[in-house]
Design a protein around this ligand. Structure first.
Ligand SMILES: CCCCCCCC/C=C\C/C=C/C(=O)SCCNC(=O)CCNC(=O)[C@H](O)C(C)(C)COP(=O)(O)OP(=O)(O)OC[C@H]1O[C@@H](n2cnc3c(N)ncnc32)[C@H](O)[C@@H]1OP(=O)(O)O
Length: 286
């Protein structure tokens, strides 16, 4: 069985790796919008930092996609802890301003960047642990579900879930499949159909997250899990991840254009635009 999972799906990245020799990276990378801290040669902490809610617009998605490529190019790096420096929010998903009164060309670019992000994350052979410090909504929830393990803060006010249906949106099939692979078909159907939002204890019961810890232990516990997993034989772990995920991944990789067109058509629909306008206003009114 081939273990060259990432390069199978990212031939251009493979080409980049082949033509650019690996260089040692600085100990940490800091931009205004995220922070990467290399804890050892084996793992790093990747902190999103785009207040107020780490919403994902085109520029931010492109930045994050470049960083995922950067991780992938480092052969010594086994895992990444994905978390947020923004108080009380992991991510509120796509920046709704990208979807409201949008230009089709820009919307298409946003959606291609969303697809890229999911393909890179779900298809990575590295270990990704989501350290969920706060709200995990919509695409934020899809991102968390695409990691290998989810640890969430013990705070009843913290929400996780996907409420697309309330706005008249049918979640894309790759989001549904990611959720099915996490909590099973029946719970996914209920969750998406009825726009369920869970607190951490409800999410744990469902298997949407794997552990709950107090906020002061979120990173130390994540590092503890990461260190244990870094000891697992790499090749076997990677092959297992590939065999578990390739079918789901392939469904989007081989169907990207249809997914793009569906998203553009449904988002540009006047009824949905109307709903988005009202939703944005309700968020601002709070
Ligand atoms: C449109 C919904 C479609 C859902 C479809 C999902 C399924 C499909 C999967 C993939 C496609 C993905 C699409 C998306 O991800 S669309 C984004 C959907 N996200 C949400 O519905 C979350 C909305 N936000 C909230 O519920 C809350 O903001 C919160 C719980 C995350 C945080 O609450 P709180 O701390 O009280 O902060 P505020 O609500 O006051 O927000 C602060 C500030 O931020 C603005 N804002 C919030 N979320 C977004 C966002 N996603 N995009 C852009 N801006 C956002 C909010 O309006 C406030 O703005 P301000 O008043 O000007 O400060």
């Amino acid at each position: 069985m081939s273990i060259n999972f990432y390069s199978k799906f990212f031939p251009l990245i493979k080409k980049g790796v082949a033509s650019v020799p690996f260089q040692l990276r600085p100990l940490s990378t800091r931009t205004d919008l995220f922070n990467v801290e290399n804890k050892s040669e084996e793992y790093a902490i990747f902190r999103l930092n785009k207040p107020p809610v780490n919403s994902l617009n085109l520029e931010y998605l492109n930045l994050l996609n470049n960083q995922l490529d950067e991780f992938e190019r480092n052969p010594k790096l086994k895992g990444i802890i994905l978390t947020s420096d923004v108080k009380s929010t992991f991510s509120a998903g796509v920046d709704i301003l990208e979807m409201y009164k949008c230009e089709p060309k820009r919307l298409e670019a946003v959606w291609r960047a969303v697809q890229d992000f999911w393909i890179k994350l779900y298809g990575s052979k590295k270990i990704y642990i989501a350290a969920l410090n706060g709200h995990v909504l919509a695409l934020g929830c899809a991102i968390a579900m695409s990691c290998d393990y989810r640890i969430m803060v013990d705070n009843d006010k913290t929400k996780i879930g996907i409420t697309a249906v309330l706005l008249g949106i049918n979640a894309p099939s790759w989001v549904k499949n990611t959720m099915i692979n996490t909590i099973g078909f029946r719970e996914t159907e209920k969750s998406l159909k009825f726009a369920k939002i869970y607190n951490p204890h409800q999410a744990l019961k469902l298997g949407l997250i794997d552990e709950i810890v107090s906020s002061d232990k979120l990173l130390s516990r994540s590092e503890e899990v990461m260190k244990t997993w870094c000891k697992i034989p790499t090749l076997a772990r990677e092959m297992t991840k590939e065999s578990m995920r390739s079918e789901t991944l392939g469904k989007l990789v081989n169907n990207r254009e249809v997914d793009v067109q569906e998203f553009i058509t449904s988002t540009m629909d006047p009824h949905l635009q109307d709903n988005l306008g009202k939703y944005l206003a309700s968020l601002k009114k709070k």
